[in-house]
Design a protein around this ligand. Structure first.
Ligand code: ATR
Length: 282
């Protein structure tokens, strides 16, 4: 669609935003649905977050996504925060409603949706979470909310893992929680699924796999939320061992579709049918 005076701007703010796939996803959806909007990226330093939002209001930006490292800090500058985002403790989607910025979280649901798409049932399952950063926060809390039996959080920095585990425990005292350092993974082999929420794998030249999968049974599911490269060393190893694997790109696309749903009040099924086609473009 030709851009004109009436074109709306949507964007991603983060630091870094270089190499983000969000513009490809959102611009593809805009084109496919004849929406007169464009999606761009802005690299924003944490110190400029408030003034960025003030400028966005002046410019009439209709909606934007928030990524590392602003997903928690942004909450201080919004006019309203939706219940789920408050619960998950992070905002990745903002909508401008009559000049007021309202924050949402689509990471947690995007993650769950990618499991539902594959008919994976997590109720009463034992899940090993690697990492305790922003993404782990939203995913672990959402898993607890969805009714898993046990969450084991393994993090390089034990104190951060413990903090996250105690925050989840405060909200859900029916979910079993354990916490340890990443290098102690071999103590937790009896699980149903591993979710890598660390950034290990993003730099394939230097990164190895966060855990040695050869110690686990091959009936586990391995989900790596790192999406660049699309197949990390962890996923390659899981495939070699015959384990079911899920790529981070699935969560990325789902959280993007859910952001669009918030911005445009669409039914997702009507919004974008050909996720596989989109995947090929990314
Ligand atoms: P995100 O928002 O993507 O979750 P983040 O909040 O910066 O990003 O979290 C990154 C996670 O990857 C953290 O759990 C981090 O561990 P620490 O809490 O110890 O920093 C983990 N991580 C990053 N690099 C790592 C590495 N080389 N080895 C182990 N864990 C690593």
């Amino acid at each position: 669609m030709t851009k004109d005076w009436n074109t709306n701007i949507y964007c991603l703010i983060g630091d870094p935003v270089k190499k983000s796939l969000s513009p490809k996803i959102h611009n593809y959806i805009f084109e496919a649905n004849n929406i007169n909007s464009v999606y761009v990226c802005f690299n924003i330093n944490a110190k400029d977050l408030k003034s960025t939002l003030d400028s966005f209001k002046i410019l009439g930006i209709e909606g934007f996504n928030v990524t590392v490292p602003h997903k928690i800090k942004i909450m201080n500058y919004l006019d309203e925060i939706d219940d789920e985002a408050r619960y998950l403790g992070a905002v990745n989607t903002v909508k401008n409603v009559e000049g007021r910025f309202i924050g949402y979280n689509t990471d947690g649901l995007g993650f769950i949706k990618s499991l539902e798409d594959r008919n994976i049932d997590i109720i009463n399952k034992d899940i090993l979470i690697l990492g305790a950063g922003g993404a782990s926060h939203a995913i672990s809390t959402k898993l607890a909310l969805e009714g898993v039996n046990k969450i084991i959080i393994l993090n390089r920095t034990l104190s951060k893992g413990k903090k996250l585990a105690s925050e989840i425990h405060e909200k859900f005292d029916n979910v079993k929680l354990e916490c340890d350092t990443l290098d102690n993974f071999y103590k937790y082999l009896d699980i149903d699924m591993i979710v890598n929420c660390t950034t290990i794998g993003m730099y394939p030249d230097i990164d190895s796999s966060p855990v040695d999968l050869s110690m686990f049974n091959n009936d586990i599911i391995v989900y790596d939320i790192v999406y660049k490269p699309i197949k990390t060393k962890l996923l390659h190893m899981a495939e070699r061992m015959g384990m079911e694997t899920i790529e981070g790109i699935d969560m990325l696309i789902n959280q993007g579709l859910l952001s669009q749903k918030i911005w445009f009040n669409y039914e997702i099924d009507n919004l974008f049918k050909d996720v596989d086609e989109l995947k090929k473009l990314l």
